[in-house]
Design a protein around this ligand. Sequence first.
Ligand SMILES: [Zn+2]
Length: 88
Amino acid sequence: MEIVICAACDGYGTVEDEDTFVMVECDWCGGAGYVYRDDQGIDRKIPDGDYGKVADQLEQLEAERLRTLGYTGSPKKPWEQAVRKKRD
Ligand SMILES: [Zn+2]
């Protein structure tokens, strides 16, 4: 099963609630930031029980994502993200 970055949250694992502007766990990926993509191209949540199996793969994808973004450390913090979104 292919693993792709969650389209809903861009790999952050959190999304901004439309009403409260609070960062909440992404429904699509359950906060993982990544989802399974099946043969039909349909994305679905990675079950909790599968994280152990795909942890290495997720770690690699996350490292790649952060490199692409220009980060070497931790992902952008939710409050920084909220500031950016309000400017848009
Ligand atoms: Zn997500």
